[in-house]
Write a protein that binds this ligand. Structure first.
Ligand SMILES: Nc1ncnc2c1ncn2[C@@H]1O[C@H](COP(=O)(O)OP(=O)(O)OP(=O)(O)O)[C@@H](O)[C@H]1O
Length: 611
């Protein structure tokens, strides 16, 4: 491609990106502006009330989505934080403190409670976490009913009737709308910023595949606790506002399960885990139910539950990923990327010829010491006194029959399993041998691994998957993106950058595993059957790729069944059979070893062949 064509492609690409961004932004701008403009134009108190309710729930649902959508923790107890914010505001207002101050006190309190509740619960997943969150909500409900001295018990607390901005109590509706619109915008901005930040990537990665996230050195519990704290804090701020708006709060409405479920429902309908889905879900649902209630009066008690149910069924049937999925399909996507000449060039399958190859350095000092590893699973002795060393720049092949214990050894030398006895020592960047214990500690000491059963972050794009690895070295999103694109280019994944990982074929997923771990810039690379299931053309390319990685000075241990790859790549081979090292040495020697042949083929076959 000549320079002129490249720059034209570039200009065209940039132009269409601006156009696409504008379309999405215009929709959002019009939506947000309508939330302020419509009630002001109509000027009716009831319409004001509906729009205040929309902004309140859009804020609450967006805040919930940080922990429920991004982190995937289905909390049904978010009313706890709303209630803490509401009560803190009310009680402090009665003590003469403005809600403008108490909303921050409530936020800090709620964040603390969220961390205290979430920490023991994060080992629970799916419905178990949801049930635990409901149980905690009930605890708060009971405490608020019984701690009469503080909360007023079932009678609740009222605001002192002093109107004005300092108390957030107004006779007009417009000031309340302005405040809640401001708070909702704040929550949207925080949620948007989180999704684009390192924290956001780490949360989604943790949601998608916790073990792979841990392998990428993500502190999965920490990131979810940050999310829980931020989400609870924002929820409490909205609770403080709402207390003043209602002028009265009591346990039944503050710590209410139905209220919690509504918050979740709006996010589900709008698009779980999307930044603006909860906003659109709320805009769809709240007016329908509020207007129906307004028109039908007391005969419509409970109608909102019916409407929610119907909408939820329709959403599950026709747009399981929520309203946002419809927008993604019919509106231009904002994911259009600037196409540069390098990307264009890289759309052929594997650009290995373009990748800078270095001369192979001689095999160096020991970088990994594995000594006397033992592991039992119940009565099964899976690893029995396994010891070996790995040298700098060496490729060590591990072979052995199915079920021999190879992956178990990998799990112990990457922190995913702890050995019953024995030790694993890694030479760190400062030249000292250290004994990491957890996947994160191994990753930080320079050990990166792939998984035998590929573990992509399915709902993230290929680029985002690789960025998760790059974040280990780089704080900045832009820098991580740049590194991810370079690695994708080197591994022939450039044309899939915007593709969700779940759509890749198996060969692509294997490459993606390698790409993600390479983005962490490991010094020791553990490859678990990366050649399995790929076609012969891809196999040739994969072997060349591993040679390039090896020549860059990275030490590699590869569990492999594909003998062509084992023979061509390995400097040394270890054979594991029934959990023990059966043989080791140069590949040519090892494959001729009778004990090895017997372990693979069985004694009868070898006896027959020698007769
Ligand atoms: N978490 C576990 N709990 C109980 N048994 C396990 C566990 N993980 C592995 N095993 C058993 O330990 C043995 C060794 O498994 P491992 O996956 O390490 O073998 P492998 O050599 O990697 O096999 P393959 O080549 O088929 O992947 C097998 O019998 C397996 O069923």
């Amino acid at each position: 491609m000549n320079n002129k064509t490249a720059s034209l492609t570039s200009v065209r690409g940039t132009g269409s990106v601006i156009q696409q961004l504008l379309n999405k932004k215009v929709l959002l701008f019009v939506t947000l502006a309508s939330l302020m403009v419509i009630p002001i134009m109509v000027g009716d108190d009831y319409i004001y009330h509906i729009f205040i309710t929309i902004c309140l729930f859009a804020g609450l649902s967006t805040a919930w989505n940080i922990v429920g959508g991004y982190a995937g923790q289905l909390s049904l107890g978010h009313a706890i934080y709303y209630g803490i914010g509401a009560y803190t505001g009310m009680l402090m207002l009665n003590a003469g403190v403005s809600p403008w101050i108490s909303m921050f006190v409530g936020a800090v309190l709620a964040a603390g409670v969220a961390v205290a509740i979430s920490y023991p619960c994060f080992k629970l997943h799916g419905p178990f976490y949801a049930l635990a969150s409901i149980a905690f909500l009930e605890v708060f409900h009971v405490i608020s009913l019984n701690w009469v001295g503080l909360t007023g018990g079932a009678n609740g607390v009222m605001v002192p009737l002093e109107l004005g901005w300092s108390t957030m109590v107004f006779s007009e509706r417009l000031p309340s709308l302005v405040i809640v619109f401001g708070l909702m915008s704040l929550v949207l901005a925080v949620s948007w910023a989180i999704r684009r930040s390192k924290l956001g990537f780490q949360l989604v990665a943790t949601r998608e595949r916790e073990s792979a996230a841990r392998g990428a050195a993500i502190r999965t519990v920490h990131v979810r606790l940050y999310a829980a704290a931020i989400s609870a804090g924002l929820t409490a701020m909205l609770g403080t506002f709402h207390g003043s708006y209602l002028t009265y709060i009591e346990p039944e409405s503050a710590f209410n399960l139905t209220f919690s479920i509504q918050i979740v429902l709006f996010a589900l309908v709008g698009g779980l885990g999307t930044v603006f889905g909860p906003l659109y879900g709320t805009i769809l649902l709240v007016p329908i139910t509020e207007l129906a209630r307004g028109w039908l009066g007391s005969s419509a008690i409970g109608l909102h539950g019916f409407v929610y149910g119907v909408v939820l069924i329709l959403v599950v049937l026709f747009m399981p990923d929520g309203i946002m999925s419809i927008f993604q399909r019919y509106l231009p996507t904002s994911k259009g990327r600037h196409v540069d000449a390098r990307d264009e060039k890289s759309t052929h399958h594997v650009p290995l010829n373009d990748v800078k190859k270095s001369e192979r350095a001689p095999v160096g000092e020991v970088v990994l010491k594995v000594q006397h590893l033992d592991k039992h699973f119940g009565g099964l002795h899976v690893t029995n006194d396994v010891s070996f060393n790995l040298h700098k720049g060496e490729v060590l092949g591990i072979i052995g029959p199915n079920g021999a214990g190879k992956t178990t050894v990998f799990n112990m030398i990457s922190g995913f399993l702890s050995a019953d006895s024995g030790s694993v020592e890694v030479l760190d960047e400062n030249g000292h041998f250290i004994s990491p214990k957890t996947p994160g500690a191994f990753a930080r000491s320079g050990v990166g691994r792939t998984f035998q059963i590929v573990q992509p972050f399915a709902a993230m794009t290929v680029e985002e998957n690789i960025m998760v690895g790059a974040f280990y070295r780089f704080r900045s999103v832009e820098e991580s993106r740049k590194v991810a694109r370079e690695i994708a280019y080197e591994l022939g994944l450039s044309r899939f950058l915007d593709e969700e990982a779940r759509n890749l074929p198996i060969g692509g997923l294997k490459r993606l595993e390698v790409a993600r771990v390479m983005a962490m810039r490991p010094r020791i690379l553990l490859l678990d059957e990366v050649m399995a299931g790929i076609n012969p053309a891809d196999l040739r390319e994969a072997i060349e790729l591993i040679k390039i990685i090896r020549d860059s000075g990275i030490s590699i241990i590869a569990i492999e069944h594909v003998m062509q790859a084992v023979m061509e790549l390995s400097d040394r081979v270890i054979v594991i059979s029934s959990g023990e090292i059966l043989a080791q040495g140069e590949p040519e020697e090892v494959v001729k070893n009778e004990a090895v042949i017997e372990a693979y083929l069985g004694k009868e076959v070898t006896d027959a062949s020698t007769e």
